[in-house]
Design a protein around this ligand. Structure first.
Ligand code: FRU
Length: 913
């Protein structure tokens, strides 16, 4: 608005300057209508044009009617129609022109009559000459030069024109009154030709003519010529007008005798017209004076004067042209000046506005910069705070993780004695209660620690999804099993609201993780649902999505807490009265790992509904893997990789041939090649390294070798835990008893003299392998290859092999396993590292000693323990599953069914009966 006003001011100012530059001067338009075109009138027109030069505010246009009344009427109308301000008219004939002049005058246009007159006085002003006086002057002059009795003929102007009338009357009266005789009067119509014609005829008629009196010089000159032609040079001729180039010249040239001045006074016409237009005083009737005759006495001087006058007039015209030129220049320069001023002002205005806009913009920019800086500072502060918060959270998590790791082992060591104590028969009832509380809380602690570690894995992106194609309908029903007894105890109505049990719901999920989500939601529901409440597990499934809901009739969650309960460490009393606040966030992590969602709806004092959605996907049958602990699977994969890289045949045992003689190496290799995977070493030291690396099933070793001989090599192998179980067959050229004794002392299992028979070598090798298998069977018995016949007792130490190193190895293995039984993460990797062996060594060692892969052996030992607990305690299946280190009760159930042909529930049911 303000801007608009400023702009308007500038535009107005500019216009004012422009207007000032070209101020609106009034220009008067003067129209002059001449009845004829001749020297007298040309002189008058010159005077008019000269006069107009002095009037900047007036322009004039002169039109000639060429002696035609009609043409003059048209000219007058032209001036009226073209907006002329005043009409100056010399009417050709009074009668013919009077009406149009009257009409114009009466319309309001000023009219100035000059020279010839109209009838009446319908004009604004008139400038004329006393034509009678002129006539009288002419008569007086004629009588003066001719005397009384002079005879004259008169050549008349146009009959209808007023000057002719006056000139006739004045002359006739004066001439006749004073003794002159007028012989005749003929019409000359103001022109030369008519005059000559009429003079010619009159001179023929009258022989004694002394004088010809013509009403104007043109007619007088014509009469002079005719008189000469008639040889009548003595006739005196006088005319009227005294226009310099005609009348005066004719006098000077003695063509005529005298002429009388008929004043033109063109300047007077213009001045009178402008006075009328400008409202200044003027004479309505101006009768110009009549001068004395121009004859030979004064003609030359008058011509000279006229010449001088013309010269001056020329100079004046030149001066006027220059002035006009200067004036035009001045005008254009003035206009340019004003225009420049206007443009400068406009430019200044525009410049000002631009500057103002620039200032405002800069100001605005500065303000924005300040705001931006403040915002950036605020954002930086926020970022730093966030980073600090994140760092604090991370260090908290790292701390928790470290503490969790540290707590795990002692917790395992606590859990086992506590569990055993809980089973003891000789405790008093209060002691039993206390121990049960302790036992239960140890389990809770173990689960929390596992949750923290899992959550840490999730945050570090190390929590992998291990998809397994399962029947979700069946899985839910299995998971629910663990909760029915609690529900019964607390009179909680636990219901399944889903498809019928026989409707398959195949889909690929990480069973362990989704089971834990399910357990978490259901455990929470049990925690917060009062006795006699209702807990419902609802689920449905289509090709795209699985949805399951766990609803309860518990206390509900406040609106304030609803948005945060999935945040890590967020504690809602209702949800985690004493918890870490990590259970639900871990559940959310597990669901999101499946690209699913988890949400909650709740009403205080009415209950809560947790909803989980998971996209349904499937994996190809070939990629379905059996459920395995993460570490176990890695170890086996790695072992497979090692063996496949050596192109081993997995069905054959590995034989290591240690001999410095390449031929012997080759020979023995060829003999054993069909039944064994062959690896070789060139001396004892290399042999020890190879044995430790590959843990072969058999070693054939030469005695005499560089670097390290066979005996020492054998001693190393037998004293090394990873290789102590490997049967060693010594090859030697020596057959002396003492050397055999040395060989056996070093721990060798057999002795073969060189040269040897290939079939003897083969048979000795196979017998050593068989012996080892027998020992293996002995080792297998504690965990039982046929669990159904197991007594349910713990692993028995008396069944262990006699070899000290192997026994000690096995005892240590059992001890580590027993201590870490409840730890789900206790895997082959961890046990191998605690045993001081590499994973592959440990794998082959255990496989050699027991014929079981370590994973399998551990699982069997866990199941055996689980069976003992099922039979001898009242612990729930879930509790037992966690206690013996299974990740989920369902997995425990599955493994148990695979191993013993019945489910843990069935065992329980049988016992109850
Ligand atoms: C010019 C003229 C003059 C004369 C006058 C009379 O047109 O004929 O010679 O004096 O007109 O009106």
């Amino acid at each position: 608005m303000k801007k608009k006003r400023i702009w308007s001011c500038f535009v107005l100012l500019g216009l004012l300057f422009l207007l000032a530059g070209c101020s609106d001067r009034r220009i008067y338009k003067i129209g002059v209508s001449q009845c004829s075109q001749d020297d007298w009138r040309m002189k008058m027109n010159d005077e008019i044009n000269r006069e107009i030069m002095f009037h900047e505010d007036a322009v004039v246009e002169i039109r000639s009617a060429d002696d035609s009344n009609t043409k003059q009427i048209e000219d007058i109308k032209y001036f009226v129609e073209n907006g002329f301000d005043i009409l100056i008219v010399s009417p050709n004939e009074a009668a013919a022109l009077t009406p149009v002049v009257k009409e114009v005058y009466e319309q309001g246009m000023p009219v100035v009559i000059f020279d010839r007159n109209i009838n009446g006085n319908t004009y604004t002003a008139r400038i004329g000459v006393d034509d009678e006086c002129l006539g009288r002057s002419a008569a007086h002059y004629a009588l003066h030069i001719l005397g009384e009795g002079a005879k004259a003929i008169e050549i008349f102007g146009l009959k209808g024109s007023t000057p002719a009338e006056g000139r006739h009357n004045g002359f006739v009266k004066e001439f006749e009154d004073n003794g002159g005789i007028i012989l005749a009067s003929g019409p000359g119509n103001w022109n030369n030709e008519d005059a000559m014609t009429v003079v010619d005829s009159l001179l023929r008629e009258y022989q004694d003519v002394d004088l010809i009196y013509a009403h104007n010089d043109r007619m007088a000159i014509g009469a002079s010529e005719v008189a000469r032609r008639h040889g009548r040079d003595s006739i005196h001729i006088i005319g009227i007008d005294a226009a310099p180039n005609i009348g005066i010249k004719a006098v000077a040239d003695s063509v005529i005798d005298a002429t009388f001045l008929y004043p033109t006074e063109g300047h007077r016409l213009i001045r009178t017209a402008l006075a009328i237009l400008k409202g200044q005083p003027y004479e309505r009737e101006t009768i110009l004076p009549v001068s004395s005759a121009v004859d030979l006495t004064n003609a030359d001087i008058l011509l000279l004067q006229n010449e001088t006058l013309n010269e001056e007039a020329g100079k004046m015209r030149l001066l006027k042209a220059q002035i006009d030129d200067y004036w035009a220049k001045h005008s254009s320069q003035t206009s340019l000046f004003y225009a420049s001023i206007a443009i400068i002002i406009l430019l200044l205005g525009v410049g000002f506005l631009l500057l103002r806009a620039f200032w405002q913009r800069s100001k605005h920019h500065r303000e924005l910069m300040v705001q931006n800086r403040l915002l950036e500072e605020e954002r930086d502060k926020q970022r730093i705070l966030n980073e600090q918060l994140e760092a604090a959270t991370q260090s908290k998590l790292i701390f928790f993780t470290n503490v969790s790791h540290d707590l795990r082992t002692p917790l395992t060591l606590i859990s086992e004695p506590v569990a055993q104590l809980a089973d003891a028969d000789n405790l008093t009832a209060p002691q039993k209660t206390l121990i049960k509380i302790a036992n239960k809380n140890v389990k809770i602690l173990q689960r929390l620690i596992n949750q923290i570690l899992d959550f840490r894995k999730y945050e570090n992106g190390k929590l992998n999804l291990r998809l397994t194609e399962i029947d979700f309908n069946q899985a839910v029903r299995d998971w629910m099993e663990s909760f029915y007894s609690v529900a019964r105890k607390r009179d909680i109505k636990l219901t399944i609201d889903g498809p019928a049990a026989n409707v398959p719901m195949p889909m690929a999920i990480d069973t362990e993780k989704i089971e834990r989500v399910f357990f978490n939601l259901l455990s929470n529901a049990f925690k917060y649902t009062p006795n006699n409440g209702v807990i419902t597990v609802w689920y449905e499934y289509d090709n795209r999505c699985l949805t399951f809901k766990v609803s309860d009739t518990g206390e509900g969650i406040s609106e304030r807490d609803l948005g945060n309960i999935f945040d890590r460490f967020y504690q809602v009393d209702r949800i985690h009265p004493k918890g870490s606040g990590i259970g639900l966030s871990l559940a959310k992590a597990f669901v999101e790992l499946h690209d699913g969602t988890i949400s909650v709806e709740s009403t205080l004092n009415k209950g809560s509904v947790f909803t989980v959605t998971i996209p349904v996907r499937h994996i190809a049958e070939t990629t379905i893997t059996a459920e395995k602990a993460i570490g176990d699977r890695d170890v086996e994969t790695e072992l497979d990789n090692i063996e496949s890289s050596l192109s081993f045949d997995a069905d054959k045992p590995i034989a290591l041939i240690i001999d410095d003689n390449k031929d012997i190496q080759k020979l023995v290799g060829e003999i054993l090649d069909t039944d064994y995977n062959i690896i070789t070493a060139s001396n004892g030291k290399e042999g020890v390294r190879m044995a430790a690396r590959y843990v072969p099933d058999l070693i054939v070793c030469d005695v005499m070798m560089p670097v390290m001989d066979g005996l020492e090599c054998c001693r190393h192998i037998k004293n090394e835990v990873s290789t102590s179980h490997i049967p060693v067959l010594m090859l030697t050229a020596c057959s002396m008893d003492e050397q055999r004794v040395q060989g056996y002392d070093s721990g060798a299992d057999g002795y073969l003299s060189k040269p040897f028979n290939s079939s003897v070598l083969k048979s000795r090798c196979s017998s050593l392998i068989m012996n080892r298998k027998r020992i293996k069977n002995l080792w297998q018995s504690p965990s039982s290859a046929v669990p159904k016949e197991e007594t349910g007792k713990s692993i028995r130490k008396e069944a262990l092999p006699k070899n000290d190193i192997d026994s000690e190895f096995y005892n240590r293995f059992l001890k580590i396993l027993n201590e870490g039984m409840g730890n789900q993460d206790l895997n082959v990797d961890m046990i191998a590292s605690q045993m001081g062996l590499e994973r592959s060594q440990f794998y082959r060692k255990i496989k050699s000693l027991t014929n079981y892969a370590p994973v399998e052996l551990i699982r069997r030992l866990r199941l055996q323990r689980g069976r003992e607990l099922l039979i001898s305690t009242e612990k729930t299946i879930g509790e037992i599953a966690y206690e013996i280190g299974f990740s989920t009760p369902a997995y425990f159930t599955k493994c148990y069914r695979d191993a013993y042909g019945e489910t843990p529930s069935q065992v329980r049911n049988t016992l109850v009966k």
